[in-house]
Design a protein around this ligand. Sequence first.
Ligand SMILES: Cc1cc2nc3c(=O)[nH]c(=O)nc-3n(C[C@H](O)[C@H](O)[C@H](O)COP(=O)(O)OP(=O)(O)OC[C@H]3O[C@@H](n4cnc5c(N)ncnc54)[C@H](O)[C@@H]3O)c2cc1C
Length: 468
Amino acid sequence: MSDQRIDERIEADLAVIGFGKGGKTLAAALGRQGRRVVMIEQSALMYGGTCINIGCVPTKSLVFQSERLTPAEVHVEPYRHAVASTAALTAGMRAGNFAMLDNLDSVTVLTGHARFVDPHTLSVDTVDGATVTVAARWIVIGTGSRPVLPDIPGLATTPQVQTSTDMLHLPELPARLTVLGGGYVGLEFAAMYAHFGSRVTVLERGPQILGREDPDVSACLLDILCDNGVEIVTGAEVTAVAEAGGAASVSYQVDGATHTIEADAVLVALGREPVTDGLALADGGIETTSRGAVAVDEQLRTSQPHVFAVGDVNGGPQFTYISLDDYRVVLSQITGDGSRTTATRRAVPYVLFTTPPLARVGITEREAVTTGRDVLVATMRVADMATVPRARIVEETAGLMKVVVDAATDQILGAALLSYDSHEVINTVALAMRHGITATELRDAIYTHPSMTECFNQLLGALATPSS
Ligand SMILES: Cc1cc2nc3c(=O)[nH]c(=O)nc-3n(C[C@H](O)[C@H](O)[C@H](O)COP(=O)(O)OP(=O)(O)OC[C@H]3O[C@@H](n4cnc5c(N)ncnc54)[C@H](O)[C@@H]3O)c2cc1C
């Protein structure tokens, strides 16, 4: 239904703020039921939300294109092509997402910024200059998150400093890229740009990259990144960024000694924070947490029971599939029996799309030991797994696989798969964990051949008591 309206008031069953995964899926579901729905998105470049426009899809498109290239060679033209084809891909998906809602007669898409007037009313300043008042029985806040820019001198003013969003539109390959942060977003970009041929340095404050992962898993990924030409400095505290002669100069300290590195682009990948400013949450009577997220209960209800918050803005895990599951929870509250809540969520996997990818689910060995659990652990290098020829067929034998199992119950507690296709294989482990399939059952199952999933035959046959 058409977007452009002059100052008016709309009465709706549901108003959704933000075109992200959870919000748009809920809007479509209620729209298809014939309910009156208003979707409010502040930018026409963000129909479909972060995932499609600046997150999962464009980054994985660039990763895919970079993986075909030889690292340590400079690929200027392939980079330009990758940026252009990724932009075309996201533009197509954005248009498709807009149409998905706009084609529904009972759904109105407003392009503008929403804020609360009172607990049931929003005011929307549209991009056409109109002000639309939306009064709704239910309101869903799905405003997402944005990169954190810490208060480091020069970070906000140096022109070479980029967020992950800016990097997607960087028209020319930076010869030298410095990445601040050795977490998931930072390492994904570091690996990708190294494949395109940038000289990449990662500055990580902690003692290891991916601080929450087991040291052997982190070390194996470090080796892979270093083999691809990425330089990683751990224990590095960034103290200042400045422009010097058309490049950025990044100062950092390691063990009290100051170092400086020059870069043509500096990526800030130091985490993402919920977007709540500009929403006038106080006028809606909606509370936030100490970390700035919209406070919700297990039903994703805010301090106003008819207002829900989905996706990154509620402070949960920052993944598209969590936002999607938030939609299922809210749908269950609004039109179902209310039984689906976040409390029933188990074994949520996640992936770092390096080459090969690192896929994780459940607890690490370190967490198991710290909490005093009696566990068995199997760890194998992919190159040593004789019965997994798939890795050799596709010439990707780098990596390591690790599984942590409860010694008493044979239940799988966690896994780290740093290997070819692990972003697919991890879903099998997560499914097993959710449905109580034991390690022995997974070990003795029948799998296709040659595939990476058959790794469980060998890996789970190597379970043993950890040495320390
Ligand atoms: C570089 C990067 C890579 C990622 N890779 C992955 C991945 O591989 N897999 C994965 O699962 N997740 C990934 N994520 C995370 C994933 O993209 C997010 O968790 C997910 O998109 C969050 O969805 P959401 O529902 O919270 O809302 P979002 O998709 O963030 O949408 C929020 C929308 O609200 C709009 N908005 C904000 N304020 C207002 C307002 N006041 N009025 C109107 N509109 C407003 C915004 O413009 C935005 O479009 C990645 C994220 C980034 C940044």
